[in-house]
Design a protein around this ligand. Structure first.
Ligand SMILES: Nc1ncnc2c1ncn2[C@@H]1O[C@H](COP(=O)(O)OP(=O)(O)OP(=O)(O)O)[C@@H](O)[C@H]1O
Length: 504
């Protein structure tokens, strides 16, 4: 199915019409402009993929059009059309950055052939982009562990059944249960696996930018739009768009999203025309969407549209049967990529505490606790002293630990607060101490809100995107700290390189 949006530019109405008709008949979306100036105006409005332009036109010729289009940041591929006698000027156009030229009289098959070539080229570019993002995400997340616990077998069955279909999927579950990992697996087990997987965290992008991030915009559509942008829907064409934290989507955008899902087309902000897209949607949330529908904060029709097929991710506490094997899997994953010191085992006492803990933060918390413990461990085994305070504290409260190994959990500054601020390094600056204190408050508020980050942000009186930014900054800072301690770890060089958002 052809996907290019083409602009034909020619001052002769008959030529313009014939070319536009041929392109339209081949199934491409096509517009036309009678002058170079009109073409520039249209390019400012719509992110065309291809411009097919006559070279000789009064006032502004095709080469000048190309030059000005590039100056304005338009990336459209240019094909020049010229009389046979003036091939020299076409060659000038190529030097100025045109992709190719064709001579008049123009044959329909020749135009279509060129457009097919451009389409194939574009496909390759998208594939490369998808591969690049796969390497980044795969590298960060490692190989997923396949759960065998009873609660998870039903989930695994749902995943394998729905993945090969094109059905929209809603993945629900507490924070850290692996909703993002499941979304990626759905993509990789589908026929779209060669296409792009584009994740977007609806809560992490400020409301006023979300619309243009998702649907794109034309140049000048708003004050800071200094060039046109395709948007994540178009970027995910022929692939999967993962709308994480869908419960945070503002009502106005819910209406627009519903329209895109129904019409399967997007209209960038400021554009006059819509563009067809072929995107599979996987959405995820840790919110209670039916309750939000009741409360009028989530559109019922969008909820029904998204929840055609739901996959509930069980919390870690319901997959306990797999915990011992999962601990080993995560430790093995951790030691592989860096080649850093390997921690091979876990002391039985430490393992008992890990197995007994409730894991309110699910897999993410488990990963973090293991990561920290593996760095702190002196020998080749993790001991109770290496475990995070909250794990030891829980065991202490339950009476499982009475030994001095529990000391880190009972430091007065931490007791009862859950804040990891008792012992900042002596060289820590005031700013660093404040940051640690702040992040401790944020994490505690999230815990107290049962993982609901929006509620936590509300209670703290800060915006949701600020809350996400601070968590991300902290994760980056933490990771840098940890890797600095692990001097040989080559990942230290990669800090800050992991993208927060998929970008054009
Ligand atoms: N099956 C799995 N095997 C190994 N690690 C996993 C698995 N599932 C999740 N994880 C790890 O747990 C962490 C949380 O996973 P993920 O981000 O997918 O959860 P989530 O439910 O989307 O979280 P949130 O709601 O907070 O965005 C990630 O670091 C991920 O690598």
């Amino acid at each position: 199915m052809p996907e290019l949006q083409v602009l034909v530019v020619d001052d002769e109405p008959a030529v313009r019409q014939v070319m536009a008709a041929a392109i339209g008949k081949a199934g491409y979306t096509v517009d036309s402009a009678a002058s170079a100036q009109e073409a520039l105006n249209r390019l400012d409005q719509t992110p065309y993929d291809v411009v097919l332009s006559d070279v000789f036109m009064p006032v502004m010729d095709g080469i000048e059009l190309l030059r000005r289009a590039r100056e304005r940041g338009h990336a459209a591929t240019f094909i020049m059309v010229t009389a046979f006698s003036s091939v020299d000027s076409a060659i000038d156009a190529i030097k100025a950055g045109a992709w190719d030229y064709i001579t008049k009289p123009v044959r329909r098959e020749e135009i279509v052939h060129r457009l097919e070539q451009i389409e194939a080229m574009r496909g390759l570019r998208e594939e490369n982009r998808a591969l690049r993002s796969m390497v980044l995400v795969g590298g960060a997340a490692g190989q997923p562990y396949t759960f065998q616990a009873q609660a998870m077998l039903a989930t695994e069955r749902l995943i394998s059944r729905v993945a090969p279909t094109d059905s929209t999927v809603l993945v629900t579950g507490e924070s850290g249960t692996g909703k993002g990992v499941t979304a990626r697996r759905l993509h990789e087990l589908s026929a779209r696996r060669e296409g792009p997987f584009v994740p977007v965290n609806c809560a992490a992008i400020p409301d006023n930018l979300l619309e243009s991030e998702l649907f794109g915009h034309t140049k000048g559509a708003f004050t800071s739009a200094d060039k046109a942008r395709r948007g994540l829907f178009v970027q995910a064409d022929h692939g999967t768009l993962f709308l994480d934290e869908i419960g945070e989507l503002p009502l106005g955008l819910q209406t627009k999203l519903l329209h895109v899902l129904e019409a399967k087309e997007v209209r960038p902000l400021g554009a006059e025309q819509s563009r067809k897209v072929d995107v599979r949607i996987v959405a995820a949330t840790n919110r209670d969407l039916p309750a939000m529908v009741e409360a009028g904060t989530f559109r019922e029709d969008l909820f029904f549209r998204l929840s055609v097929f739901q996959i509930p991710m069980p919390p870690l506490r319901e997959r306990r049967a797999d915990l011992p094997a999962l601990l080993r899997h995560l430790l093995a994953q951790r030691s592989q990529p860096s080649g850093a010191r390997q921690v091979l085992g876990i002391d039985p006492e430490a393992e008992d505490l890990l197995l007994a803990y409730a894991w309110p933060g699910n897999l993410r918390q488990l990963e973090n606790v293991l990561h920290r413990a593996a760095i702190l461990a002196d020998g080749d085994s993790i001991t109770v002293a290496d475990l995070a305070p909250e794990v030891v504290r829980a065991a202490t409260l339950a009476g499982a630990v009475t030994s001095p190994g529990a000391a880190p959990a009972t430091r007065p500054a931490e007791a009862g607060t859950g804040l990891d601020v008792a012992d900042p390094p002596p060289e820590a600056t005031l700013r660093e101490r404040v940051r640690r204190f702040e992040i401790g408050l944020i994490r505690r508020a999230i815990d107290e809100a049962g993982g609901d980050r929006r509620l936590a942000a509300q209670r703290l009186g800060i915006g949701l995107s600020s809350l996400y930014r601070k968590l991300e900054e902290d994760e980056r800072g933490d990771k840098a700290d940890r890797l600095r301690k692990d001097e040989d770890d080559p990942r230290a060089a990669l800090i800050g390189e992991r993208p927060v958002l998929a970008r054009d």
